[in-house]
Structures are given as C-alpha cells and as structure tokens.
Design a protein around this ligand. Structure first.
Ligand code: SAM
Length: 372
C-alpha cells in the first residue's frame, strides 16, 4: 500500500519505472501532482472541475477530490487496465462516485467533445504536442492548462533537429541555461497553439525537475489578447566566449557579441516573457498546510519563489564563469550572491540570476577575482 498525499493506492512499483508497467505510476512525479494541486487551489480555489485525460492510476484525480475540494474529476486513460485500477482507487479511498466521470479513449478525441474545465492536465509519455490544440479548446476562459514534457533532451538541445521539427524552434545546448531554453520553447509552443485559436495562454508557473518540465498557463480568449502575448516570443542570443546573452525580437537580432566581438549563437523562437506570476506563487504558500506535500515539492517551491524575484532571461553558473571567463572558483555561492545582487535558480544548484547588465557583472567578477 502506497500513500501519496491523502490518497492510498495498491500498486507494485518495479525497480525501474517505465511506460511498460501495466498501469503507470511514478512515485518521483509526486512533485508534478503536488504542484498541480497547489496551482489550482491558488488560482481557481475549491470547487474546480478537473480533467485528467491521461490519468494512469488516477492518483492525481483522487487527490484533487480528497485534498483540493474539487467538485468533479473527469478521468480518462486509453489503457483499460488503468481504468480498472482507477475504479479500485475510488473504492479504496472511499471517494464519492457521483463526483467522478470515467472514460477510456484517445485523450485528444475526448477533449474535443468535452469543454468548460477549470483545469486540464496533459501528462503523456514524452512530448505533449499532439494534445495541445484539443486541450486548449477544452479549458474554460480563466481556467488553467498544465502541460508536462518528458522529452527534455529534445527541448534542451541534445536532438536539435527533432526540436525544430516538433516544436519549430532551435534549442541551445551550448548555453549553461539550456534547460531554461527548453522550457521557454515548450511555453512558446503552447502560446502559439493557443494564438491560432484566438486564445491567449499566459504562463503562470513552471519548473524543471529530474526528467520532466511542467508549465501551467492561464487561458483567456480574444485575438487581440493573443496578439499581445505573441509579442513575448523572440530569440536569445548567446556568446560562448564571454557568456553575454540577450533576449531579442526578430527585428532586433544581432550576430556579433557587443562585448567581445565573437560570433553569437542563438535559440528560438521561444518565450522571452516572465516564467512565473509572483502573486500566484504567494497564493501557493497558503494551501501548503492543508495538503500533504512531499519534502521535495516544498523545497522546489521555495527555490522557485526566490528565483521569481529576478525574472531574467537566462542565468549564469559558477562552472561556466570559471571555465569561459577563467575566473577562479568562488568559495561559496551564498556569500557570492549579495556581491552580484543574485538569486539562486532551481534549474541547477550552482546557478544564479542577476539583473546586473552583463558588462557590470563582468566588472564585479573581475574585481572579485583580483581580491582573491
Ligand atoms: N498523469 C499520470 C500520473 O500523474 O500518474 C501519469 C500519466 S502517464 C505518464 C501517461 C498515461 O497516458 C498512460 O497511462 C497511458 O496509458 C496514457 N495514454 C497514452 N496515450 C494516450 C492517449 N492517446 N489518450 C489517452 N491516454 C493515453
């Protein structure tokens, strides 16, 4: 018997969790489920109508009912064995059956038929691109869409050709913030899919954890709102010699580094706007006590909360500074951060964001290395 949040489930977890399990359940993805509960409670509140079209064991839906006061959960999975497991889960957890609807069909087809959800969670094996259009249509105005992607190697630049084909964007493995580039490409894809339907999907929260990215977006309707959002789609230029980086619109693109004259690399098109809504993150602190969250979720949320105070495009890492700028290793990131007005990033333990200009950062790094 496994306990996750307030829900219990009877599932045998093999030593290697894989999509070949008869009914998929990944204990490490508790963070993914915890965050969806937190985002929905902070944004929509209780009484939400939830659609979990790739529900697998159905643990997420059960938790929405037991912990987040959801009004209704629409569960679906194409795998009939998963549906049977979900029915067992309803019994084990004494869930009110009138609050649940169960389907077993292709998620895209189901989402085309059903509309008006407060929250839809897209959580496939691999890339979510196939499901985006129907998911966007099924979320109601003001509702939320949660999108998981486990093809992080594609989005982050290990397979650039696949990324261009699947997401229409060039990733940037050469930059120390390649995971952030991946999340920004994923967000751009959702924003673009929404825009073609005259929907504006604004990112409100996201994170990268182990092998997955998760982004949450709030839906609004209207061609003008969609056009406005598209203004935050652009490119990142990056200098692999001096670490200069800048977010630019297509019309302002440059290809020579203004600091060192090196040829610039680029990523995009991608989302260059804000990754987090600070008000929502503050709201996510409140339901923390009523939910049973994993320790990792609490740690990750607190890191992201700090990070969201400096929403730069791209971050620096100590190893990139050491290697590319040949500035010796810094004893302790914690002591170093106040000197460069930095905050840690959740993307990597040795990474930080700063709102200092690149040249100002180089100046401060130079004087720090002289002092050592
Ligand atoms: N959301 C689940 C959770 O939090 O535990 C995990 C979902 S798992 C990564 C993906 C699930 O999607 C599998 O159970 C699989 O059977 C289901 N699936 C795959 N393709 C599907 C499709 N086209 N329509 C509906 N379900 C699908």
């Amino acid at each position: 018997m496994i306990q996750e949040g307030k829900a219990r489930l009877h599932i045998q977890i093999p030593s290697i969790v894989s999509s070949r399990m008869p009914v998929f359940y990944n204990p490490h993805m508790v963070i993914n489920r915890d965050m969806s509960l937190l985002v929905v409670l902070a944004s929509v509140g209780e009484g939400a109508i939830i659609c979990d079209p790739m529900g697998a064991s159905g643990i997420r839906g059960i938790r929405f009912l037991l912990e987040a006061g959801a009004k209704k959960v629409i569960y679906n999975d194409i795998n009939p064995m998963a549906v049977e497991e979900f029915k067992r889960l309803i019994k084990i957890n004494c869930v009110d059956e009138s609050k649940v609807e169960i389907y077993s069909e292709d998620a895209s087809l189901l989402l085309r038929k059903l509309r008006g959800f407060d929250y839809v969670d897209i959580d496939p094996f691999g890339s979510p691109v196939d499901f985006l259009e129907s998911a966007i249509l099924s979320v109601k105005r003001g509702g939320l869409l949660g999108v998981s992607a486990t093809d992080t190697a594609v989005l982050s630049g290990t397979y650039p050709t696949t990324c261009i084909r699947r997401y229409g964007s060039k990733p940037l493995l050469e930059a120390e913030f390649y995971h952030e580039v991946g999340i920004r490409i994923l967000i751009k894809k959702v924003v673009e899919e929404g825009a073609k339907l005259d929907c504006a999907l604004t990112p409100v929260f996201c994170y990268s954890y182990r092998h997955h990215f998760k982004v949450f977006l709030r839906k609004d309707i209207g061609a003008r709102r969609a056009d406005q959002l598209m203004r935050d789609i652009g490119y990142i230029v990056y200098c692999s010699k001096c670490l200069y980086r800048k977010a630019l619109k297509c019309e302002g693109m440059i290809n020579i580094c203004p600091i060192c004259g090196n040829e610039l690399l680029y990523a995009g098109p991608l989302w260059i706007g804000k990754l987090w809504n600070e008000e929502l993150i503050t709201g996510m602190q409140k339901p923390k006590d009523r939910l049973i969250l994993s320790k990792e979720t609490i740690k990750l949320l607190s890191k992201v909360q700090q990070e969201a105070t400096k929403q730069t495009v791209g971050f620096y890492t100590l190893s990139a500074i050491g290697e590319k700028l040949r500035i010796g290793s810094f004893p302790n990131l914690e002591k170093f951060l106040p000197l460069i007005e930095g905050v840690r990033t959740h993307f990597t333990g040795e990474g930080f964001r700063t709102t200092l200009s690149h040249s100002e950062l180089l100046k401060r790094l130079g004087s720090l290395s002289l002092r050592q």
